[in-house]
Design a protein around this ligand. Structure first.
Ligand code: ADE
Length: 231
Protein backbone atom coordinates (compact mmCIF):
# COMPACT_ATOMS: atom_id res chain seq x y z
CA UNK A 1 0.00 0.00 0.00
CA UNK A 2 1.23 3.47 -0.86
CA UNK A 3 -0.61 5.40 1.83
CA UNK A 4 -2.45 3.94 4.79
CA UNK A 5 -5.50 5.84 6.04
CA UNK A 6 -6.23 5.44 9.75
CA UNK A 7 -9.49 6.71 11.23
CA UNK A 8 -10.86 6.99 14.74
CA UNK A 9 -14.09 8.79 15.64
CA UNK A 10 -13.03 10.27 18.98
CA UNK A 11 -9.84 11.72 20.46
CA UNK A 12 -9.37 8.66 22.72
CA UNK A 13 -9.39 6.47 19.61
CA UNK A 14 -6.55 8.29 17.80
CA UNK A 15 -4.51 9.54 20.80
CA UNK A 16 -1.86 6.77 20.91
CA UNK A 17 -1.53 6.61 17.12
CA UNK A 18 -0.94 10.34 17.05
CA UNK A 19 1.85 9.83 19.58
CA UNK A 20 3.48 7.22 17.32
CA UNK A 21 3.21 9.17 14.06
CA UNK A 22 6.59 10.48 12.88
CA UNK A 23 7.15 13.82 11.15
CA UNK A 24 3.46 14.64 11.23
CA UNK A 25 2.17 17.54 9.19
CA UNK A 26 -1.42 18.65 9.63
CA UNK A 27 -3.92 19.69 7.00
CA UNK A 28 -7.54 20.69 7.57
CA UNK A 29 -10.31 19.85 5.13
CA UNK A 30 -14.11 20.06 5.58
CA UNK A 31 -13.75 20.55 9.31
CA UNK A 32 -11.52 17.51 9.84
CA UNK A 33 -7.80 17.59 10.70
CA UNK A 34 -5.60 15.10 8.85
CA UNK A 35 -2.17 14.18 10.23
CA UNK A 36 0.20 13.12 7.48
CA UNK A 37 3.34 11.28 8.57
CA UNK A 38 5.00 7.89 8.86
CA UNK A 39 4.16 5.00 11.18
CA UNK A 40 6.74 2.22 11.38
CA UNK A 41 8.22 3.58 8.18
CA UNK A 42 4.87 3.48 6.35
CA UNK A 43 3.31 6.56 4.78
CA UNK A 44 0.21 7.16 6.90
CA UNK A 45 -2.62 9.67 7.16
CA UNK A 46 -4.41 9.68 10.50
CA UNK A 47 -7.63 11.52 11.27
CA UNK A 48 -10.44 11.92 13.76
CA UNK A 49 -13.67 11.70 11.79
CA UNK A 50 -16.07 12.75 14.52
CA UNK A 51 -19.02 10.60 15.58
CA UNK A 52 -21.61 9.14 13.22
CA UNK A 53 -21.97 7.91 9.67
CA UNK A 54 -21.95 11.26 7.84
CA UNK A 55 -18.73 12.37 9.50
CA UNK A 56 -17.19 8.97 8.79
CA UNK A 57 -18.24 9.05 5.13
CA UNK A 58 -16.95 12.57 4.46
CA UNK A 59 -13.70 11.73 6.21
CA UNK A 60 -13.16 8.50 4.27
CA UNK A 61 -13.84 10.06 0.87
CA UNK A 62 -11.34 12.83 1.61
CA UNK A 63 -8.78 10.30 2.82
CA UNK A 64 -9.05 8.57 -0.55
CA UNK A 65 -9.38 11.58 -2.90
CA UNK A 66 -7.16 14.19 -1.29
CA UNK A 67 -4.71 12.16 0.74
CA UNK A 68 -4.29 9.14 -1.54
CA UNK A 69 -5.19 6.43 0.97
CA UNK A 70 -5.20 3.03 -0.76
CA UNK A 71 -6.00 1.07 2.40
CA UNK A 72 -8.22 2.23 5.26
CA UNK A 73 -8.19 0.91 8.82
CA UNK A 74 -10.72 2.11 11.39
CA UNK A 75 -9.81 1.86 15.08
CA UNK A 76 -12.11 2.38 18.05
CA UNK A 77 -14.59 1.08 20.58
CA UNK A 78 -17.99 -0.58 20.24
CA UNK A 79 -20.82 -2.13 22.19
CA UNK A 80 -20.82 -5.94 22.19
CA UNK A 81 -23.79 -7.62 20.48
CA UNK A 82 -22.52 -11.21 20.43
CA UNK A 83 -23.10 -12.52 23.99
CA UNK A 84 -19.78 -14.36 23.98
CA UNK A 85 -17.88 -11.07 23.80
CA UNK A 86 -16.58 -9.42 26.96
CA UNK A 87 -15.56 -5.84 27.56
CA UNK A 88 -12.03 -5.42 26.21
CA UNK A 89 -12.42 -8.10 23.52
CA UNK A 90 -11.66 -7.19 19.93
CA UNK A 91 -13.84 -7.54 16.85
CA UNK A 92 -12.10 -7.58 13.46
CA UNK A 93 -14.77 -6.87 10.85
CA UNK A 94 -15.56 -9.42 8.18
CA UNK A 95 -18.20 -7.01 6.82
CA UNK A 96 -20.41 -4.18 8.06
CA UNK A 97 -24.03 -3.11 7.72
CA UNK A 98 -25.97 0.05 8.55
CA UNK A 99 -28.48 -1.28 11.07
CA UNK A 100 -30.49 1.95 10.97
CA UNK A 101 -31.11 1.64 7.21
CA UNK A 102 -34.75 0.60 7.54
CA UNK A 103 -36.98 0.39 4.48
CA UNK A 104 -38.93 -2.54 5.90
CA UNK A 105 -42.34 -0.92 5.10
CA UNK A 106 -41.48 -1.40 1.42
CA UNK A 107 -40.55 -5.02 1.97
CA UNK A 108 -36.77 -4.65 2.25
CA UNK A 109 -34.94 -6.47 5.02
CA UNK A 110 -33.51 -4.28 7.80
CA UNK A 111 -30.05 -3.01 6.82
CA UNK A 112 -30.70 -3.35 3.10
CA UNK A 113 -30.12 -0.23 1.01
CA UNK A 114 -32.87 -0.29 -1.64
CA UNK A 115 -32.05 -0.79 -5.31
CA UNK A 116 -28.39 -1.55 -4.80
CA UNK A 117 -26.58 -4.84 -4.98
CA UNK A 118 -24.47 -4.67 -1.84
CA UNK A 119 -25.54 -3.45 1.61
CA UNK A 120 -23.25 -5.65 3.73
CA UNK A 121 -19.85 -4.29 2.80
CA UNK A 122 -17.06 -6.88 2.98
CA UNK A 123 -13.75 -6.06 4.63
CA UNK A 124 -10.56 -6.88 2.75
CA UNK A 125 -9.34 -10.49 3.18
CA UNK A 126 -5.69 -9.52 3.41
CA UNK A 127 -6.32 -6.80 6.02
CA UNK A 128 -8.50 -9.22 8.02
CA UNK A 129 -5.68 -11.81 8.05
CA UNK A 130 -3.15 -9.18 8.99
CA UNK A 131 -5.39 -8.00 11.84
CA UNK A 132 -5.76 -11.58 13.07
CA UNK A 133 -1.99 -12.07 13.03
CA UNK A 134 -1.52 -8.77 14.84
CA UNK A 135 -4.17 -9.83 17.35
CA UNK A 136 -2.30 -13.06 18.10
CA UNK A 137 0.71 -10.96 19.07
CA UNK A 138 -0.92 -7.98 20.78
CA UNK A 139 -3.94 -9.56 22.52
CA UNK A 140 -3.82 -13.34 22.24
CA UNK A 141 -7.15 -15.09 22.76
CA UNK A 142 -9.17 -11.87 22.84
CA UNK A 143 -9.69 -11.26 19.11
CA UNK A 144 -12.77 -12.36 17.19
CA UNK A 145 -14.00 -11.77 13.66
CA UNK A 146 -17.58 -10.80 12.87
CA UNK A 147 -20.09 -8.43 11.40
CA UNK A 148 -20.02 -4.82 12.54
CA UNK A 149 -23.38 -3.03 12.76
CA UNK A 150 -23.36 0.75 12.46
CA UNK A 151 -26.07 3.31 13.10
CA UNK A 152 -26.47 6.86 14.30
CA UNK A 153 -27.54 5.59 17.71
CA UNK A 154 -25.75 4.80 20.96
CA UNK A 155 -27.33 1.44 21.75
CA UNK A 156 -28.16 0.88 25.41
CA UNK A 157 -31.03 -1.59 25.36
CA UNK A 158 -30.89 -5.37 25.77
CA UNK A 159 -33.99 -6.03 23.70
CA UNK A 160 -32.61 -4.00 20.81
CA UNK A 161 -29.30 -5.87 21.06
CA UNK A 162 -31.21 -9.14 20.84
CA UNK A 163 -32.96 -7.90 17.72
CA UNK A 164 -29.66 -6.80 16.15
CA UNK A 165 -28.23 -10.24 16.86
CA UNK A 166 -31.22 -12.15 15.51
CA UNK A 167 -32.00 -10.03 12.46
CA UNK A 168 -28.51 -8.97 11.40
CA UNK A 169 -26.15 -11.48 13.03
CA UNK A 170 -23.94 -8.68 14.37
CA UNK A 171 -20.89 -9.09 16.57
CA UNK A 172 -20.84 -5.49 17.79
CA UNK A 173 -22.48 -2.12 17.28
CA UNK A 174 -20.95 1.31 16.78
CA UNK A 175 -21.58 4.48 14.78
CA UNK A 176 -19.13 4.72 11.85
CA UNK A 177 -17.80 1.42 10.51
CA UNK A 178 -20.35 0.64 7.80
CA UNK A 179 -20.13 4.20 6.45
CA UNK A 180 -16.36 3.86 6.10
CA UNK A 181 -16.90 0.43 4.55
CA UNK A 182 -19.43 1.71 2.03
CA UNK A 183 -17.25 4.61 0.90
CA UNK A 184 -14.28 2.24 0.55
CA UNK A 185 -16.44 -0.20 -1.41
CA UNK A 186 -17.66 2.56 -3.75
CA UNK A 187 -14.03 3.59 -4.39
CA UNK A 188 -12.65 0.06 -4.62
CA UNK A 189 -10.28 0.69 -1.70
CA UNK A 190 -9.61 -2.14 0.80
CA UNK A 191 -10.57 -1.57 4.44
CA UNK A 192 -11.03 -3.27 7.79
CA UNK A 193 -12.69 -2.13 11.02
CA UNK A 194 -11.04 -2.93 14.36
CA UNK A 195 -13.21 -2.42 17.45
CA UNK A 196 -12.62 -3.15 21.11
CA UNK A 197 -15.66 -3.60 23.34
CA UNK A 198 -16.22 -0.72 25.79
CA UNK A 199 -19.66 -1.99 26.85
CA UNK A 200 -22.41 -4.50 26.07
CA UNK A 201 -24.89 -2.03 24.56
CA UNK A 202 -27.30 -2.76 27.44
CA UNK A 203 -28.69 -0.78 30.38
CA UNK A 204 -25.15 -0.38 31.82
CA UNK A 205 -23.66 0.79 28.51
CA UNK A 206 -23.39 4.48 29.41
CA UNK A 207 -21.60 3.67 32.69
CA UNK A 208 -19.31 1.08 31.12
CA UNK A 209 -18.57 3.35 28.17
CA UNK A 210 -17.43 6.11 30.53
CA UNK A 211 -15.29 3.69 32.51
CA UNK A 212 -13.77 1.54 29.76
CA UNK A 213 -13.49 3.65 26.61
CA UNK A 214 -9.88 4.72 27.11
CA UNK A 215 -8.72 1.18 27.91
CA UNK A 216 -10.73 -0.34 25.04
CA UNK A 217 -9.51 2.32 22.57
CA UNK A 218 -5.94 1.55 23.61
CA UNK A 219 -6.48 -2.16 23.01
CA UNK A 220 -7.75 -1.42 19.50
CA UNK A 221 -4.68 0.78 18.97
CA UNK A 222 -2.38 -2.09 19.94
CA UNK A 223 -3.79 -4.20 17.10
CA UNK A 224 -3.61 -1.44 14.50
CA UNK A 225 -0.10 -0.53 15.58
CA UNK A 226 1.00 -4.15 15.19
CA UNK A 227 -0.80 -4.38 11.83
CA UNK A 228 1.01 -1.39 10.35
CA UNK A 229 4.30 -2.82 11.59
CA UNK A 230 3.54 -5.97 9.53
CA UNK A 231 2.34 -4.20 6.39
N1 ADE B 1 -19.68 2.70 20.83
C1 ADE B 1 -19.34 2.13 22.00
N2 ADE B 1 -20.40 1.58 22.58
C2 ADE B 1 -21.46 1.81 21.77
C3 ADE B 1 -22.84 1.52 21.84
N3 ADE B 1 -23.35 0.86 22.88
N4 ADE B 1 -23.64 1.92 20.82
C4 ADE B 1 -23.11 2.60 19.78
N5 ADE B 1 -21.82 2.93 19.66
C5 ADE B 1 -21.00 2.54 20.66
Amino acid sequence: YGTIGLIGAMQEEIELLLGQLQNAETERHAGITYYKGTLHGRKTVLCKSGVGKVNAAVCTQALIDRFGADAVIFTGVAGAVDPKLNIGDIVISTSSVQHDMDVTPLGFTRGVIPYQEVSDFPADERLISLAQEAGEIALPGRCHTGKVLSGDQFVADREFVKKLREELDGACTEMEGAAVAQVCFMNDVPHVIIRSMSDKADGSAHVNFAEFTVEAANRSFSIVNEMVRKL
